[in-house]
Each structure stands twice: as structure tokens, then as C-alpha cells.
Write a protein that binds this ligand. Structure first.
Ligand SMILES: NC(=O)c1ccc[n+]([C@@H]2O[C@H](COP(=O)([O-])OP(=O)(O)OC[C@H]3O[C@@H](n4cnc5c(N)ncnc54)[C@H](OP(=O)(O)O)[C@@H]3O)[C@@H](O)[C@H]2O)c1
Length: 245
């Protein structure tokens, strides 16, 4: 018997890295997974992979910085499956640079995705979870959201995500809704490759040949959190590469 049989999950940021690995892990455990991001082809390829493995997947193209698209994304899941058991907020970007090497445009982008996009998505999902009297919201923040970090604005957006998750947990726990924050250190994904060249080079130099976490390590941590009995809320999981800890 698969452990998440019959459960409906929505994963944002599912077109690569941690989100894609999470979707695969959840599907392997029997969950129906709605996978969302902007890159349609990536989502379609992942959906095919999940179906080829015997799972069920729904690809939803959405830019979560647009509140209407974030709302439609959640509504689509509810229309197709009638409920939403688990919401995995993975979508995010980072320009891991000092404040004086971060443009205001980059600041806005990080706030738009890492804070506002996250809030639009949760806001759209909460009424259904409250009606159901059960649900699990997982938020991928970052170690830079707990500890002071030189990437000032990225770290600030992740501090906001972690802090709001803490308060939200206290607000909605009584409704049977769990909130878990995952705070990883360096994970080997496209995250760094997507940064501006000079920032990327500085990050690569900082990390050197250190063995980073894999996306599957984060997916396993999320799975641990959602598989606990409903009375157990795993509040925060902080995972670092052994050589970075
Ligand atoms: N890698 C690390 O070292 C690390 C460490 C700590 C925390 N994190 C956090 O982990 C999360 C996942 O990152 P990752 O490492 O897996 O990097 P990634 O491979 O670059 O994945 C980022 C995901 O976010 C999606 N995304 C970006 N902007 C979006 C938007 N406006 N609307 C919808 N989706 C959007 C991307 O999809 P599209 O481009 O297709 O939209 C992609 O699927 C992020 O929140 C990141 O801050 C990463």
C-alpha cells in the first residue's frame, strides 16, 4: 500500500530542481500531483515521466507572481480533483549577491516570487483546506532565511517566508492545517546557473568543490514531514551539506 494513495498534491516550481524531485517522490508514494511552473515543456516532460511510472500528474502553466494565475492554478486542481491535501511551495529565485550588487529590478523580482507569489498561492489554497478541515502547507525557504547571510535581499525574502510560516502555523493549526518550513543549504540545481554571470561565478567560487545536497534529499525531508500522523506538525527542517554545516 502506497503511503499517499488518494492524496492530492500541488507543487509549485516543479519544472526543475527541488520541485521536480518532490513531484516524483510524491507520485511514487501514490499521490496525484499537480505540477506548476512557467516552462510548459518541462512540465509536460515531467508529467509524462510520472505517468510512465504509473502515477497521475496534471501540468499547470502558471506564473505565480500574477495573482490571477496563482489563483487559477489552485482552482484548476480543485475543479479536477475536488480537494487539495498538500501544497508544496517550492518556486523561488535568488540573486545571491551583496546589497550593493543587487539591482532594484532584481530586488523586486525576488520579492514578487519569493514573498508575494508564495502568499498568493497560499491565499488561494486556504479556503479549501479550511473547508476540508485538513491540509498541509510546505514552504521551501532557505538556510539564508534563518541565519544572517551576505545575499541581503534573497536572505531577506527567505526570512520573510520562514517568519510568516511560523505565524501562519499558529493561526491555522486549530483548523487542522499543518505548516512545515524546509530550510536547505546549498542544493545542486539550476538555481545558481540562473544567476547573473558575476554573481554565479562568485557563488561557484564560494562553494568550491564542496559536495552539495541533491534535490532528492530535500524531497525526502518533505516526504518525512507529510507522512507523520495528523497530530504531528513538523515545524522546521534545516538541512545542510555536511561540509557546509
Ligand atoms: N538550490 C539551492 O541551493 C537552494 C537552497 C536553499 C533554498 N532553495 C530554494 O529552493 C527552491 C527551489 O529552487 P531550486 O534549487 O530547485 O532551483 P530551480 O531549479 O531554479 O527551480 C526554481 C523553480 O521555480 C520556478 N519559478 C521561478 N519563478 C517562477 C514564477 N514566477 N512562477 C512560477 N514558478 C516560478 C521555476 O520554474 P519556471 O522557470 O519554469 O517558472 C523552477 O521550477 C527556491 O525557492 C529556492 O529559493 C534553493
Amino acid at each position: 500500500m502506497l503511503k499517499l494513495n488518494g492524496k492530492i498534491a500541488l507543487v509549485t516550481g516543479a519544472s526543475s530542481g527541488i520541485g521536480a524531485a518532490s513531484a516524483l517522490t510524491l507520485a511514487e508514494q501514490g499521490a496525484v500531483v499537480a505540477i506548476a511552473a512557467r516552462r510548459r515543456q518541462r512540465l509536460d516532460d515531467l508529467a509524462t515521466r510520472i505517468r510512465d511510472n504509473g502515477g497521475e500528474a496534471l501540468a499547470i502553466e502558471a506564473d505565480i507572481t500574477d495573482e490571477a494565475q496563482a489563483t487559477t492554478m489552485v482552482r484548476r486542481v480543485l475543479e479536477d480533483y475536488g480537494r487539495l491535501d498538500m501544497l508544496f511551495n517550492v518556486a523561488g529565485i535568488g540573486v545571491a549577491a551583496p546589497f550593493q550588487n543587487t539591482t532594484t529590478g532584481e530586488c523586486r523580482e525576488m520579492v514578487d516570487i519569493n514573498i508575494l507569489g508564495l502568499l498568493y498561492t497560499i491565499n488561494a489554497a486556504l479556503p479549501a483546506m479550511k473547508r476540508q478541515k485538513t491540509g498541509h502547507i510546505v514552504i521551501v525557504s532557505s538556510g539564508t532565511g534563518r541565519y544572517i547571510h551576505p545575499s541581503v535581499v534573497y536572505s531577506g525574502t527567505k526570512h520573510a517566508a520562514s517568519a510568516m510560516a511560523e505565524s501562519l502555523r499558529r493561526e491555522i493549526g486549530k483548523d487542522g492545517i499543518r505548516v512545515t518550513v524546509i530550510e536547505p543549504g546549498a542544493v545542486r540545481t539550476e538555481f545558481t546557473a540562473n544567476m547573473r554571470d558575476d554573481v554565479r561565478l562568485a557563488v561557484e567560487q564560494r562553494l568550491g568543490d564542496m559536495e552539495q545536497l541533491e534535490s532528492e534529499d530535500i524531497a525526502a525531508a518533505m516526504l518525512y514531514a507529510v507522512l507523520q500522523p495528523p497530530r504531528v506538525n513538523v515545524n522546521i527542517l534545516t538541512l545542510y551539506p555536511t561540509q557546509q554545516a
